[in-house]
Design a protein around this ligand. Structure first.
Ligand code: 5RP
Length: 257
């Protein structure tokens, strides 16, 4: 189901007149992030996402801790970057080894389809995100409306984390796997065609897949990628999100699985 909230009006009230102010994309991200933090309760173990949207959620959690409105939170960061941010804000941190049961995770996404399937990892943190977000009871995704797509994979890179060993071989095999969808597989670099490879927090590389046509069955595509030796994981997050909070110019929509 989905419910619509207005930015100006109270909860659940449909928007009667459009808001007067035009919000920036970053303001929309912040609105979605703050809304998600409403789900956080004292004593919870919280998966802390990565990216410009999730950053607002981490800031907000830290604020509420400082104000004494939240207590005894344990954060499980999904990247070295988020770890740094949360540490500098004084959020108590742990990891999945010590806290394998995560109550709630809050994270952004690059694409969201109508079934709440996601593409993640354009920021490069897909593996830790997937490990933590598949270990949580509730996974709240926060996006501005530009992330909504009719089918995932249609709107930019589908990241695949691969081991550095013979990455060209793996890249080749990934491209062949999706030949039917006009796939172009490209190694992510730190800048330009001949830049150094982008290295993930886990010391791996990322091959970005670009499709010309619909890849078809998502679950079959996911399984096929994971079967390739050399692949660590990919950025398709299928059936994992329990809630998606979408902030748009006309208000906030909360979609539940
Ligand atoms: C990082 C991610 C991010 O959640 C995703 O890229 C969205 O980022 P942003 O909130 O900056 O748009 O998956 O690996």
């Amino acid at each position: 189901g989905s419910e619509k909230l207005s930015i100006e009006g109270g909860p659940l009230s449909p928007l009667s007149s459009p808001p007067q102010v035009v919000l920036t994309q970053d303001e929309l991200k912040k609105i979605a992030a703050y809304k998600a933090v409403d789900f956080v309760q004292s004593g919870m173990v919280i998966g802390l996402g990565t990216g410009s949207t999730a950053k607002h959620a981490v800031d907000r959690i830290a604020d509420l801790l400082l104000q004494g409105k939240l207590n005894n939170i344990i954060g499980i960061p999904t990247s070295k970057k988020t770890h740094q941010q949360a540490l500098s804000l004084g959020i108590p941190l742990s990891d999945l080894d010590t806290h394998p049961n995560v109550d709630l995770a809050i994270d952004g996404a690059d694409e969201v389809d109508a079934d709440l399937n996601l593409v993640k990892g354009r920021g490069g943190s897909l593996l830790r995100e997937k490990m933590i977000e598949s270990a949580c009871k509730k996974f709240v995704v926060i996006v501005d409306e530009s992330k909504l797509v009719s089918h995932i994979g249609a709107n930019g890179a589908m990241p695949v984390e691969v081991v550095p060993f013979c990455w060209k071989f793996t890249q080749q095999r990934l491209q062949q796997l999706f030949e039917y969808a006009g796939c172009m597989a490209k190694l992510r670099t730190n800048g330009g065609e001949n830049g150094d490879p982008f290295v993930t927090d886990n010391g791996n590389y990322i091959v970005d897949l670009f499709f010309n046509n619909d890849i078809g069955d998502l679950r079959a595509s996911s399984d096929a990628i994971l079967r390739l030796a050399g692949v660590v994981d990919h950025g398709m997050f299928l059936g994992m999100a329990t809630t998606v909070i979408v902030a748009g110019g006309l208000g906030v929509t909360i979609k539940n699985k």
